[in-house]
Design a protein around this ligand. Structure first.
Ligand code: ATP
Length: 501
């Protein structure tokens, strides 16, 4: 599985999904460009999200706010003071790490030891009861105790006790993964926001930030949208846009980038009702993922131990990436933290007048926040399949859910002569208003099928000599390789049906 991420990255590059940014200058770390297929995939994910969130909810509207915001925004939101990662350097290798990640890797190691014990015991007993074993085995109990202690100290460290975080790393005997050295610097807080200056220096430089999340653009527009849209609670504001974070460890392909895109929705509710909606949104968002059919077993919830400075409850939807289960989306109950803070810092009221109760109040907020690029990675990693076919030949096929596939259909004339390409174009014209399609005339038909498999095109329509006589074509399905012959005048209907969610 460790190999999978590398394979996906190289496949994504080879076929034009994703390139390293500024590759001719040897690239820029943790920044990527989406090529001709990647941008189609991304657009399809965006529209799947937008449709299900905005179009299908009468009480959710979308906006597109600016990346640059007044610098006080980030004071109010807490990002200037609290959007930090604890950073530690190894004095010998000069490598920089996130202190919390070093500790979490250690926890993962202990969890690995527990799994070993469990597997060993499971082999010995026929009617093995995992829960019972975990609760009674002294060794497992000791490991679980160790994990508890480490987690408690980690939490304490993340809440500000940096000296103890360093001591925890020393106590655990954590060595630098590169040099093996245990010679660590102190832990320092490192702010993740990028900043730049607005206006010319002569006018007096003014530091502004690149937004680290899209949510604040929604909060500061809360009243603008509510009033002009005449919206009543509960209602939501959705937005898709770029966000920027100066991540310390930038690795794992597009999982952790310095410039990325978020799809966020803030749902404004009456205080006291937030837990009801928090539960509803958790459920709705999980359903959204499952509807794509990428396997229920690949998703799970993870409730947070350490809550962000603004939250009273938070849960991640994790996906089984090539690196294991990791956060794909966050669902947060953000209380009235943000709106209250913006009231305080701006001196403007950000309240909703509730005509039912004849009172004004600052709403509470449930947020759903998903990284578009992480979603792309989950789709690509799940799709990547190497297969040996019945005839012994092999193929690499991207089993991308049809509604998300960059091209829905490839129209392939069997040969590039005798009126077949013209017929293919007729069919393409029938489909291209509704779908992104490709006509491919080069190379033998088998080779063309392989090429479409590799880019994830769910349907190939083959035009042969008989098609000229009977107006029928063959549709080949990418995953099952099933082929059916249907009349050309039924194609539109057939394809529409097959590629919709
Ligand atoms: P992580 O713990 O992985 O750093 P986070 O908890 O900081 O993520 P949030 O602030 O909740 O993430 O952001 C919401 C979503 O934005 C995440 O679920 C993730 O999909 C996406 N995201 C956050 N940081 C990045 C990044 N550096 N690159 C790509 N996507 C990101």
């Amino acid at each position: 599985k460790g190999e999978l991420l590398k394979k996906v990255a190289s496949h994504a590059k080879e076929y034009g999904f994703i390139f390293q940014s500024s590759e001719i200058y040897d690239g820029l770390s943790a920044v990527y460009d989406y090529g001709q297929l990647g941008s189609e995939l991304k657009n399809n994910i965006k529209s799947y999200w937008w449709k299900s969130m905005v179009q299908l909810h009468e009480n959710i509207v979308g906006i597109d706010s600016a990346i640059f915001m007044h610098p006080t925004t980030w004071k109010a939101s807490g990002h200037v003071d609290a959007f930090n990662d604890p950073l530690i350097d190894n004095k010998d290798s000069k490598k920089r790490y996130r202190a919390d990640v070093l500790v979490e890797d250690q926890i993962a190691k202990i969890e690995g030891k527990i799994e070993k014990e469990v597997t060993k015991a499971a082999k010995r007993f026929d009617d093995f009861d995992r829960k019972m074993f975990m609760e009674t085995n002294p060794r497992v109990q000791r490991y679980l105790g160790e994990i508890e202690t480490i987690k408690a100290r980690l939490k304490n460290g993340l809440e500000g006790d940096l000296a103890d975080l360093k001591k925890l790393i020393e106590d655990l005997g954590i060595a630098c993964p590169i040099s093996g050295s245990k010679n660590w610097t102190d832990v320092r807080q490192f702010n993740l926001m990028f900043n730049t200056e607005i206006g010319s220096l002569s006018e007096g430089a003014n530091k502004i930030y690149l937004r680290p999340e899209t949510a604040q653009g929604i909060f500061v527009n809360f009243l603008n949208v509510q009033k002009t849209g005449r919206l009543k609670l509960p209602f939501g504001i959705a937005q898709i846009g770029k966000a920027f974070r100066n991540e310390i460890i930038a690795r794992q392909f597009i999982f952790r980038m310095r410039e990325f895109e978020q799809m966020e929705m803030q749902y404004f509710v009456k205080p006291g009702e937030e837990m009801k909606y928090y539960g509803q949104w958790k459920e709705f968002r999980m359903k959204w993922h499952l509807a794509l059919g990428m396997g229920e077993e690949n998703y799970r919830f993870h409730d947070h131990i350490k809550l962000a400075h603004y939250a009273n409850a938070a849960s991640d939807i994790e996906f089984d990436f090539p690196m294991g289960f990791k956060e794909l989306e966050g669902i947060h109950s953000r209380t009235d933290f943000d709106l209250k803070a913006h009231e305080e810092f701006s001196g403007k009221k950000l309240q909703f007048f509730d005509p039912k109760d004849n009172e004004s109040y600052v709403p509470y907020v449930i947020e759903t926040s998903i990284g578009l690029d992480r979603m792309v990675l989950s789709v690509l990693a799940h799709a990547y399949t190497e297969e040996t076919l019945e005839d012994g030949s092999s193929r690499t096929v991207m089993k991308i859910p049809a509604p998300l596939a960059p091209y829905k259909v490839a129209v392939l004339p069997l040969v590039n002569k005798d009126g077949l390409p013209e017929k293919a174009r007729e069919i393409a014209n029938l489909l291209k208003l509704d779908h992104n399609i490709q006509i491919d005339v080069k190379d033998a038909i088998g080779k063309r099928y392989r090429r479409q498999d590799a880019i994830g095109t769910p349907y190939c329509i083959t035009v042969d000599y008989e098609s000229l006589e009977d107006n029928m074509v063959t549709i080949r399905e990418r995953d099952s390789l099933e082929q059916v012959r249907i009349p050309i005048d039924k194609i539109q209907e057939e394809i529409n049906e097959r590629v919709s969610i």
